[in-house]
Design a protein around this ligand. Sequence first.
Ligand code: SF4
Length: 149
Amino acid sequence: METVLVSACLRGVPCRFDGRHKASPEIEAALADREPVPFCPEIAGGLTTPRHPAELVGGDGHAVLDGTARVIDDMGCDVTAEFVAGARLALAAARRSGCQEALLMPRSPSCGRGTVHDGSFTGRLTAGDGVTAALLERNGITVRPAPGP
Ligand code: SF4
């Protein structure tokens, strides 16, 4: 059966910054007939739940990987190292399980694909990828934002 890397919060793991998850019937339908490989890069990278929300500042996940942007939480703490470590572990998990595709949580600074928060902590969105989404894409894994709100 085809494997797909999935944001762990989309499979009911309460690993979001606010201690909640984002499981939904839409996600389960999108995973039908495939074997999900749940993974949370922020927890894998050493962060805890709950935690302060973080955003990409100075660019998106690609810029973070290139060293020209940072990930900062709403208290001003730099969590770039944890986000990059988590992205590398997500890539390792995807490779280990043979995933060619990832279905990830929209707008997350780790998992977002195509659209992320703009670093102002005001709810504004901008074009770009999260750190994990960027690293997976750079390594040939197709990243799709999960369906739903
Ligand atoms: Fe969900 Fe990804 Fe955030 Fe973990 S890092 S809580 S998997 S969106």
